[in-house]
Write a protein that binds this ligand. Sequence first.
Ligand SMILES: Nc1ncnc2c1ncn2[C@@H]1O[C@H](COP(=O)(O)OP(=O)(O)OP(=O)(O)O)[C@@H](O)[C@H]1O
Length: 325
Amino acid sequence: MQNDNQVKPLLETIELRKWFKLRGGSHLHAVDGINMKIFSGKTMGVVGESGCGKSTLGRTIIKLLEPTSGQILFEGKDITDYSVKKMRPVRKDMQIIFQDPYSSIDPRKSVIEIISEYMYIHKLYKSNKETFNKAASLMDLVGLARRYANSYPHELDGGRRQRIGIARALSLNPKFIVCDEPVSALDVSVQAQNLNLLMDIQDELGLAYMFVTHDLSVVKHISDDIMVMYLGVCVEQAPSEELFSNPQHPYTKALLAAIPKPDIRMRNKEFELIKGEVTSPVDVKPGCRFASRCDYAVPECVSRDPDFVETSPGHFVACYVVNGR
Ligand SMILES: Nc1ncnc2c1ncn2[C@@H]1O[C@H](COP(=O)(O)OP(=O)(O)OP(=O)(O)O)[C@@H](O)[C@H]1O
């Protein structure tokens, strides 16, 4: 894990769980014991297939969802049980950018109104003029020409619409942003522009990001560390380059092999598709959650949860086959 010995994390989770209670009393284990540390100025990429709990983790660590158990520490303070009122000042420091800005922005408001929204709610500035000036400077920062100030979201293309969401998230001067699949809905060329924008903003403002995506190729360049999630748990975590050059967990290898390669001869047949169905996240039994799809599974895999072992500096893997039984 990055800088672990020298610098304190901005955000830390300890055995964080978010279970959803279902009808009939069973529980869906969306997030099931996540330990993570995120540092100022750094990006933690969180990857995994659809339904593995990435978005729930992102929403829980900023307390848009109430955790079921575990702890969330922000700047060293335990905010796990903070009430909505107590969260208010902390909320400014923790923001989220969504994949689909349409779901989070009011289509009847103009660009400048949307960007100003949170500043009004949090009474950040005394005058409308100050708020307007800040909103205009945020448009500059995210590369939205000021001529769009009075436009409506539907009049802009997807890339620019996403920038409205980025500008609004930045309007409260946050320290930490959850980026939830922020470029997944965009064309590849626009994806690259918006990823570069997020990285430039990080350099300028020293923000920490948690970057959630199902697409490993997207997080490769933006992340300092990458956490691979499977059915609510972390199966592997490593510095980005290390994860790509030396993946250890069979699931990570399969995810990497599934990244489309330009030349069909370069594809790794062994892992071309992850076989089998994802097991149910409801009332999960002990053992490795990937075991039913894993070619290398041994009896221990279905009887006990594997430990999360540091196999080289900053590289952690939860797998009996990799770590020995
Ligand atoms: N409000 C809810 N009530 C019940 N189950 C939920 C709720 N929200 C999410 N889930 C379930 O929790 C699990 C994790 O969902 P989540 O959206 O966090 O996954 P994800 O990895 O972000 O996937 P995606 O990329 O498709 O959003 C899924 O099984 C999902 O159906």
